[in-house]
Structure formats: C-alpha cells, structure tokens
Design a protein around this ligand. Structure first.
Ligand SMILES: [Zn+2]
Length: 177
C-alpha cells in the first residue's frame, strides 16, 4: 500500500450544517465541511475521521481490474511458476453480483471473478483469494494437490481465519470457492 503524504486540510464551518460532516479533495487540498457549533476537539476528531474515510475510498478506487490482473501475474510468478503454463487466466475481474462467494474460477474458459466484498480488505487477504482461484486453473477441485499449491502462500492459514471471522461476524455463509 502506498502512503500519500498528509494533505493540506481546509476546514469550513457552516451555520446551516447541523450534524453532517463532509469532505472532498480539491487538488492537493482536502476541504472538510463541519457544523459551526463544533468544538475544536470535535473538529480535530472529525478531520481525522474524514481523512481516513477519504483515503479508504481512494484506495478502493486504486483496486481496479488492471491492478487485479497484474496482482495475479505477480502471484503466479512467485508461487505457481512451475505451473505457469496452465495459469494464464483469460480474465480477472472484480464483480458485484457474486453472492456467497469471495471468488470463483471457471477453469474451462479461464475466467476468474473476485467479489467486491473483499475489495477493502488487506492486501494479503486479496492475494490469498486470488491465489486460491489461480490454483484452480491447475487443479479444479479441492484435493490435496490443490491445497499444496494454495498453502505455498505464507499467510494462507491466516487469511482463511480472517475470512471465516468476517463470515461469522456478518452472518453470511461465504464459501471460498
Ligand atoms: Zn476453491
């Protein structure tokens, strides 16, 4: 993850605003709009909060299909180099219509879809889900050989735990298929 340097913040107080706070980027600056009645402490707290929210939104935008494909290439090179001949996905895309799955792969046509639900998760979780789907291009089923490939990823176990935790917390039953 790249860290952008701290932006210049301009706080604008408005008497019309009662509770709502909003923020937007204006070139190098970030403008934060707050209600006039906010104390200094509230201002500081909300500026921090809005900067974090803005950074998260920008990080999400950065995670494009192109970025996902180059991530797939990097992972293949690093963990599946001995199967590189088979691991040549026709497409790797973020999708929003995938209910109940973190990712999916159709080995027949070489397409991989990754759920937007993991788009804001840490890089190492996205890498795990992606490597899982890439490994299906070598082994379609979840057999021992398949897990041998997936477990080459050092944080595989940790990522599975993370995803299980999210499933439990949200009440969703999400297979990692
Ligand atoms: Zn699977």
């Amino acid at each position: 993850m790249t860290r952008t340097r701290k932006p210049v913040v301009e706080v604008r107080r408005s008497q019309r605003r009662r509770r709502t706070v909003s923020a937007y980027r204006d070139g190098e600056r970030v403008v934060v709009l707050i209600p006039d009645r906010f104390s200094r402490a509230e201002e500081t707290e909300w500026v921090e909060r809005m900067l974090a929210r803005l950074a998260a939104r920008e990080e999400r935008i950065r995670r494009t299909d192109d970025e996902l494909l180059s991530r797939a290439r990097r992972l293949t090179h690093r963990y599946l180099a001995d199967h590189a001949r088979h691991v040549q996905p026709a497409s790797v895309r973020w999708v929003t219509n995938q209910n109940g799955r973190w990712g999916s792969c159709t080995p027949d046509d070489g397409t991989i879809r990754i759920s937007h639900r993991i788009q804001e998760m840490p890089d190492w979780v996205i890498d795990y889900v992606l490597l899982h789907e890439l490994s299906h291009l070598v082994v379609p089923s979840h057999n021992a050989h398949f897990w041998e490939l997936v477990n080459r990823y050092p944080k595989a176990e940790r990522a599975r735990g993370y995803l299980e935790g999210i499933s439990a917390a949200t009440g969703l039953v999400l297979a990692d298929d």
